[in-house]
Design a binder for this molecule. Sequence first.
Ligand SMILES: Cc1cc2nc3c(=O)[nH]c(=O)nc-3n(C[C@H](O)[C@H](O)[C@H](O)COP(=O)(O)OP(=O)(O)OC[C@H]3O[C@@H](n4cnc5c(N)ncnc54)[C@H](O)[C@@H]3O)c2cc1C
Length: 388
Amino acid sequence: MIQQFDALVLGGGAAGLMCAVEAGKRGRRVAVIERAERAGKKILISGGGRCNFTNVHCRPENFLSENPHFAKSALARYTPFDFIALVEKHRIAYHEKTLGQLFCDRSARDITDMLESECHDAGVRLFLKTSVQEVSKTTDFVVRATELEFRAPVLVIATGGRSIPKMGATGLGYDLARQFGLAIREPRPALVPFVFNAEDRSGYCDLAGVSADVAVSVGNQQFREKMLITHRGLSGPAILQISSYWEPAQAVAIDLAPSRDVTSLLREPNTPRSVTAMKNALHKILPSRFANRWLDLHPAASWTNSGLAELEHSMHQWTVFPAGTEGFAKAEVTAGGVDTNELSAKTMESRKVSGLFFIGEVVDVTGHLGGFNFQWAWASGACAGRAL
Ligand SMILES: Cc1cc2nc3c(=O)[nH]c(=O)nc-3n(C[C@H](O)[C@H](O)[C@H](O)COP(=O)(O)OP(=O)(O)OC[C@H]3O[C@@H](n4cnc5c(N)ncnc54)[C@H](O)[C@@H]3O)c2cc1C
């Protein structure tokens, strides 16, 4: 059976639903084609089930892309406050957790309900359990899916990245970009835990569950947040953030005592200098099990002033060489994607293929942890939807 629409949106996630709502409100006949049995499945599991739906401090600097300027236009034209207005219109209770991150008070379900209700009011048709099999272009775009064929002059690709294949992530968006001759920046896991090398694994993994406030750096990029030791390596917000900037074989520098002088006490006159005194000093900053272990594995060369200075330095510059990351299976997002040079920054339309749009995570724009990835999905989705 052939279904004719004004616009087809492939993928009923955050970006696809927002785009469909905006286009529907402008009178377009829109179909959202989603392979899962319900829309917005990632929204439901996001933010620990409460969906960190935006960040009030959202700025272009919170995003990675080969072209750091690309996201500016969309982010300026659909801001966190536009999304907050929508949330408030639907009387969804929310709160700010830390660092401008907004979460639902009740459940992420409030956000999917809101988007579904907006789709309904805008006349958007949602085709669930409908997996795209083939896309072609004659005068219209033709999408062949399970038992149905859709046609429209406009096609929006909102199929997300490769992260969490267990939840149905596919590489469809990248395949379609290639099919239509658009360049791709190699997709890679981001916001993802590190796996220790063998030596660090045997040194620390029995401490799984221990966390500490640290400052983690790769190159010039630094994040000061919590780090967590896992059964296989390192995780926690500081590690997830820096993982997006990490390249294989690169060193990760971890400051275990940011802005603190750990050895100052030992340098005072008439203070004993010993392993016990050092451990006591570090217990004030790190969980004691981790402090003891770290000092066991990094013993002071001597208790002279220069020995203490060396130890102080190494506590602020613990250098870890991860064996790798936990990969797409555990990555919260996919960095890389459709090259932004291929798209209009205002509308997300392909410069080469008129009527073809890419939005959300499939595009080479990746947010920091903290609500920025949803803000990109809403902003890129809204900008495309208003242009259809
Ligand atoms: C565990 C977890 C927690 C997260 N928490 C947060 C958070 O709190 N805040 C935040 O900002 N970001 C968070 N993110 C990131 C955020 O979920 C994504 O950046 C965002 O969902 C991207 O939106 P999207 O619409 O581009 O892609 P998606 O939400 O991934 O939607 C893509 C849709 O396309 C569908 N699809 C794929 N292939 C096909 C096909 N062949 N045919 C039909 N449909 C298809 C998929 O089923 C999916 O519904 C989290 C991610 C994960 C994995």
